[in-house]
Design a protein around this ligand. Structure first.
Ligand SMILES: *Cc1c(COP(=O)(O)O)cnc(C)c1O
Length: 423
């Protein structure tokens, strides 16, 4: 597999180089220089999840690993299913929250850990900024892995208490830093550290954010699984898939899956953070400070992966507009979507509810629709109880964290302080 830069087609890196370097260093992001087509897609769709994943990864990664290694990585990372659950006739939730930290970030973080364990030349520090779920997934994926230290930055008071527990109660080789600022401030701090070449080399800094290409590769797999499960139900029409989006890594993975020949179309669903819908509607890209919403993992004002999605469309906004539907909704609409789903017998989390609300708005009658369930509703238990009066029982993985001490330290939003911490 060869990777190139969104900003310079002359850049050429191997998969291992791209994973270790995070970014090409020219301000752009790594993207595959070529992408396989799957002439045997129908045969692959007929395979079960466990058997299909190594085959797909092998096609995507090419000669980056030996076939046995690809199979071992897939077995190690993807130990949980991605069930397609019917909510009503022709309308489904793809539940991506059955991993250890109960959010879809487990797919990318666990695969990244499996990849790094095989390609890392020495001790590494995984540095990540999180709006909630990435930090939990990264902490879990790297916890007690020899040769790795994980440093997780999260915006103090802006992640749910349960998310904070997941990030901060592991301890050991996981350091949790509560940044006095927003998620965007956390991202800025992390970027400043990566731009410091001396520090990066010294600490073996590696990003686990969705700018890391390994995460996107892992996320391609469950889009294929969604179509496979539609086939199992005898549905052959092209589904409309609604992706609750913040940093736009998940939607980017969806477009990569479509690039394999998978018959899917997308809705980009956002909360009140309207940078992307406004870009699509006005043509002007205007990043702005993020707004705090009920779907906090999507509170992103300057989404890093948007550049990748534009790149996939040759930088042509009109081409992208033809290939995508989009919409945003505020918290009041999200509460209404949650209640609507609950009335149909399905309890969602606020992120999935945004995806559902926007899917409903644009889905043509008779066409299959899928919204991505990106987090287990129990992760947002406090919000759902306070705003809707629902009692959501905690699954054992979360209940076990209650009462464990937190290992977290406050960090002012100052890059020099973080650099001193990492050096
Ligand atoms: C991270 C996250 C999102 C947003 O995904 P992006 O890839 O950043 O667009 C949506 N929902 C949940 C629950 C998340 O954790």
């Amino acid at each position: 597999m060869r990777l190139t830069s969104t900003r310079n087609p002359a850049v050429s890196a191997t998969f291992a180089q791209a994973v270790l370097a995070n970014t090409p260093g020219d301000g752009g992001l790594y993207m595959p220089a070529a992408w396989p087509a799957l002439p045997d897609l129908e045969d692959l769709l007929a395979l079960p999840w466990d058997a299909r994943n190594p085959v797909l990864l092998g096609r995507i990664l090419g000669d980056a690993f030996l076939p046995g290694e690809v199979e071992a990585m897939a077995r190690e990372a993807f130990t949980f299913p991605a069930p397609l659950v019917q909510v009503e006739d022709g309308l489904f939730a793809l539940e991506l929250f059955h991993g250890p930290t109960l959010a879809f970030k487990d797919f990318g973080a666990r695969f990244l850990a499996a990849v790094l364990a095989r390609i890392s030349p020495g001790p590494r520090t995984i540095l990540t900024a999180t709006s909630g779920d990435t930090g939990a997934a990264v902490a879990s994926a790297f916890w007690r892995r020899p040769g790795f230290r994980a440093v997780v930055l999260y915006p103090q008071g802006r992640v749910s208490p349960l998310q904070e527990r997941q990030i901060a109660c592991l301890g050991d080789n996981v350091e949790a830093l509560a940044v006095q600022g927003s998620f965007d401030d956390c991202q800025t701090l992390v970027k400043a550290c990566f731009q410091d070449a001396g520090l990066s080399a010294q600490a073996g800094l590696t990003s686990a954010n969705s700018i890391n290409i390994a995460r996107l590769v892992a996320q391609v797999l469950y889009y294929v699984e969604a179509v496979a499960q539609l086939r199992d139900r005898g549905i052959r029409q092209r589904p409309l898939v609604s992706v609750p989006s913040g940093n736009f890594g998940n939607l980017c993975a969806g477009f990569l899956a479509a690039g394999l020949g998978l018959p899917v179309s997308f809705v980009a669903a956002t909360n009140a953070n309207r940078t992307v819908p406004d870009h699509l509607e006005t043509g002007a890209y205007a990043p702005r400070p993020s707004l705090a919403t009920l779907s906090n993992a999507m509170d992103v004002g300057d989404p890093s992966n948007w550049e990748r999605i534009l790149h996939l469309h040759g930088g042509d906004l009109d081409a992208l507009r033809r290939n995508l539907r989009w919409g945003s909704q505020d918290d009041a609409a999200t509460l209404a979507s949650l209640a609507e789903l609950r009335a149909r017998g399905y309890t969602a989390d606020p992120h999935a509810a945004v995806a559902y609300g926007q899917l409903r708005r644009v889905l043509e009658p008779g066409r299959p629709g899928i919204f991505l369930g990106t987090a287990h509703p129990a992760k947002f238990q406090a919000i759902l109880e306070a705003r809707l009066g629902w009692e959501i029982p905690l699954p054992p993985a979360l209940a076990e964290l209650e009462g464990r001490p937190l290992h977290t330290r406050p960090l002012p939003a100052d890059a020099n302080l973080l650099k001193r911490e990492l050096a």
